[in-house]
Design a binder for this molecule. Sequence first.
Ligand code: PEP
Length: 250
Amino acid sequence: MARKPILAGNWKMHGSTAEAKALAGGLAAKVGQQTDRGVILGPPFTALATTLDAVKGTNIIVSAQNMHFEEKGAFTGEVSPTMLQDLGVTHVILGHSERREIFGETDELINKKVASALAHDLTAILCVGETLDQRDAGKTNDVVTGQVKAGLQGVTTAQAPKIILAYEPVWAIGTGRVATPEQAQDVHAAIRACVNGLGLPGDDIAILYGGSVKPDNVDGLMACPDIDGALVGGASLKVEDFTRIVEFQS
Ligand code: PEP
């Protein structure tokens, strides 16, 4: 099965509702009718409803950036999978390195979130990636495949269509230092082999690259056989830049 490219924006903690409306509305006009590639926007929780409204009638998908694994309860400040479903959200980013590093999320917690997302029919965008120290120590593939195995524990073949993976080397996120296409391709191939080794259909699962993707480097990355798309932070906040990324040429 040919994998459809996916270009996803992670807006992180940026944007008022007015800014979200302008950004999502601008992208809806520019790339809302794409059919040969998927376009995903990931606004903060407070802008999910506005963004969903702004992309109504287009093919653009809206994703949350995180969620709790429980449906409800005494979890002050958290948002549940059923709350996301209630809004009409279909995707959720899980295990972003900022969640792992700043908020102490473990592989075990992330796996609970993946399981919960799938149980609630949400597509999980599971992020993995190594630090610079780990790369320098030659541990990249071990670290990344370890995160993939832990994150996907218990996931079944029937659930695999609701999994998107994102390889995001921590040293490349928000730093302007992008992995070379060769570096990214090597890790993507290792991730795909790992997923196949788990008995899941690795050849059907999209693996996105994330880490300082910009209009001027997206084409080289997208030319790699195992890079199926991009998860984009900074450059997803500008209509023009993200449009060019969606319209990558390779
Ligand atoms: C990200 O937030 O997932 C990301 C890759 O950020 P940036 O594109 O800014 O490096």
